[in-house]
Design a protein around this ligand. Sequence first.
Ligand code: DNO
Length: 396
Amino acid sequence: MRESWRWFGPNDPVTLEEIRQTGATDIVSALHDIPIGEAWPLDAIQSYKFLIEAGNNPGASLHWTVVESIPVHEDIKLAAPGHQKYIDAWIETVKNLGAAGIETICYNFMPVIDWTRTDLKYQLPNGAYALRFDQDKFAAFDVFVLERANARNDYTPEELERAERAFHSMSSKEKSELTRTIIAGLPGKMTDAYTLDDFRHALARYDGVDHAGLRRNLFSFLKQVLPHAEAAGIKLAIHPDDPPWDMFGLPRIICTPDDLDLLFGDLPSPANGMTLCVGTYGSRPDNDLPQMALDYASRIHFAHLRGVSRDRDEQRSFYEANHLDSDIDMIRVVRHLLDNERALDRQIFIRPDHGHQMMGDMKKANNPGYSAIGRMKGLAEIRGVIKALSAMGSEQ
Ligand code: DNO
């Protein structure tokens, strides 16, 4: 396993010096300042790599090997007139990243919104903060704040009643916080920040686009990109839609094993791979994560290791739990990843995903989910699992 750590660049409150202390060896990052749709020039990639690697010393070295993410312009997802120039730019970025020694590229194909939560400071019984997705608050936003046309049709009468209750229990400050959190709030998101009106407009562009249509656009994008990724020695690792179900009436097409089977069945290129985001896939009770770690052996190039705990009565609501104590059997996930590394004689990049905001980080500015101590706790726990399982050998 290659232990990696996501770094958002020079403005990230967690510094490279601190990351070296975690024991991680690989950096996951992106050229966040380049506008969506533009190619990343080779010299900019090389300077960024230099910046990351400049402070290395023997025994504490970081290497930029994983990109998360190259954003995919909305026009590509919509196959809108003129979108070819954005595909060309994406391909150029892939070639340049290959020339600079990047090994894996994580990306996603979520329309309009990237990963979505409703609470960035959900307090756990021990006082630390976690991220949470609350289905009732989400529905309250959709129906009563955004007032999306026909939104009501997507919810049952009981769900609407709960949403209405959630809406009325929020102060106006809480409502605007919720709005910001949903449409503009999260780090590393691959879409532009929106005002409510922009957001309505962005959603409207998808009127009439269904799952099959969006899938067609993903596949024709990949058909062009994959040969270049292969030639550049790069593995693509698609990130699932988070949370993994349709939202705002938008089709979401990377949510389940069925979606992955279509993707890999249609495009068998060895460069066509996935990010096993354990927390994202695990937000659905019907996704069996240890089984997925086993089934997609040769396709998993990157794993985001975190757990979620779903609400008992509303399975679409969850909070991000401890890495090892959640609804997901993380030990078996790691065991299968290790088995599949041995079987295929290669290494998989892993990173601790979203940590709790805790201890000295509680009063610090931080990117939600990406504070230092909580992620280091996750990494340390996972590292212990890896060491223990590796010492015991493979599963029979
Ligand atoms: C959340 C992340 C996402 C992810 C992108 C991948 O923490 O997992 O931002 O990086 O959606 O393209």
